[in-house]
Design a protein around this ligand. Structure first.
Ligand code: SF4
Ligand code: SF4
Length: 388
């Protein structure tokens, strides 16, 4: 977890400099950085960005738009952090850096509007429902609307398994876009003897705000989530991009569990029917580098008989990266293409990915594919689920 940020701006700079000074400049992270692989420039690498952030913090580098652009183009994927032998907390350093930038230059209107909407998930849910209804009349260059859940059969708790309770974290954009995954998670929990609820007072995890330097709003959202999940039952997160923020917010109040890891612990109660399908698995950066639930997910999917699971090669970040796909569309498309090529080469028609942003971005690439959250695929293949 990042160290606490004291209130004084000077303290913030000191904290940033202390984080940057952990870097021994070995360069081992460079080949793992998607933006370095794209540009082959030191300033687009983790080591280069750490040096730039430190120099801005100690005042040895004057502020200029090019330096800001190098820092803005960081995806926040934290692949560098996962391989750093010196234990540099790159995610914490990036958040500090963006706080410093935000304090100096503010935020664009679109970013402020997104942050406002995400802090009001009930309103966002209704707006996205309206967007889905109107989508057939709109130009098709706009992002796909949220899909409806295909899980219609009633959720029947497994009475053979000991009954426990859990709460499902639904987030903001994911509340509508991942509604099928949340329904799937409730079904899988029921099959495993766990009654899962979705507390209505919960809100956005605050990742969008924190990554844009708006730490104060992130802290306000964390407080609302602590009140919403005050019962202390395990909180299940199914969106890998939200996991760390909600875990941090509820630390000491309720245990936050990745849904795949939680379900794997109860997998002895889950029975699946054969899939008879070739399916591609995409592992988002946050699942690989932050939550590290990829092994649990593979183990769960391996329980589905007659499933040919093709794990797509790690081509680097797909470019979605929160609002990066909106802010840097050309770069996001360049980062996406190798993954789309790998999907076509896999011979699969269905793609599973646990990150809603990645799924939207991949669909926008024009490849013919059906994309699902892995939980949807698992729930559809429960032995007692109707054949889709
Ligand atoms: S691997 Fe770690 S210590 Fe080495 S350059 Fe990258 S951030 Fe710095
Ligand atoms: S977070 Fe990702 S894009 Fe940013 S410096 Fe690290 S590896 Fe590169």
């Amino acid at each position: 977890m990042p160290p606490a940020v004291p209130g004084h701006p000077g303290d913030r700079s000191d904290a940033l400099i202390a984080l940057a000074d952990q870097c021994v400049q070995c360069g081992l992270c460079l080949p793992h950085c998607p933006t370095y692989r794209l540009d082959r420039a030191e300033t687009e690498s983790p080591r280069g960005r750490i040096a730039l952030a430190r120099a801005l913090a100690d005042g040895s580098l004057p502020v200029d738009p090019l330096t800001d652009a190098h820092l803005d183009r960081c995806l926040g994927c934290r692949r560098c952090e996962a391989v750093c032998p010196a234990g540099v907390q790159y995610g914490a350093l990036l958040e500090r850096t963006r706080q410093m930038q935000r304090q100096r230059r503010g935020a664009a209107l679109r970013q402020r509007a997104l942050e406002w909407l995400c802090a009001r998930p009930a309103l966002l849910y209704r707006l996205l429902g309206g967007y889905r209804a109107l989508y057939p009349l709109l130009p098709k260059i706009l992002p796909r609307p949220p899909a409806r859940s295909t899980l219609h059969a009633a959720i029947v708790p497994n009475t053979d398994a000991p009954t426990r309770t859990a709460a499902i974290f639904t987030g903001c954009v994911a509340r509508r876009y991942d509604a099928p995954a949340h329904a799937a998670l409730a079904r899988l929990c029921a099959a495993a003897g766990v009654i899962a609820t979705t507390p209505s007072a919960q809100t956005c995890c605050g990742t969008l705000h924190a990554h844009a330097g708006n730490a104060a709003q992130g802290q306000r959202l964390a407080a609302r989530n602590r009140a919403a999940f005050a019962s202390g039952v395990p909180v299940l997160s199914s969106a890998t991009g939200c996991h760390e923020a909600i875990a941090h917010a509820l630390e000491g109040h309720a245990p936050v569990r990745d849904a795949a890891q939680f379900l794997l612990e109860h997998a002895q109660h889950l029975r699946f029917r054969p899939a008879g399908a070739r399916v591609a698995l995409h592992l988002p950066c946050t699942q690989r580098a932050v939550v590290q639930s990829d092994r649990a997910l593979r183990a769960l999917l391996a329980r589905i008989p007659d499933l040919e699971l093709v794990e797509l090669p790690d081509t680097g970040c797909c470019g979605a990266a929160g609002t990066h796909m909106l802010d840097q569309p050309a770069r996001a498309a360049s980062l996406r293409q190798p993954l789309l090529d790998a999907f076509v080469a896999s011979g699969a028609t269905v793609l599973l990915s646990a990150n809603v942003g990645c799924r939207l971005h991949l669909l926008a690439g024009g490849a013919k594919m059906v994309v699902h959250h892995p939980l949807e695929f698992l729930a559809e293949h429960l032995a007692d689920s109707p054949t889709p």
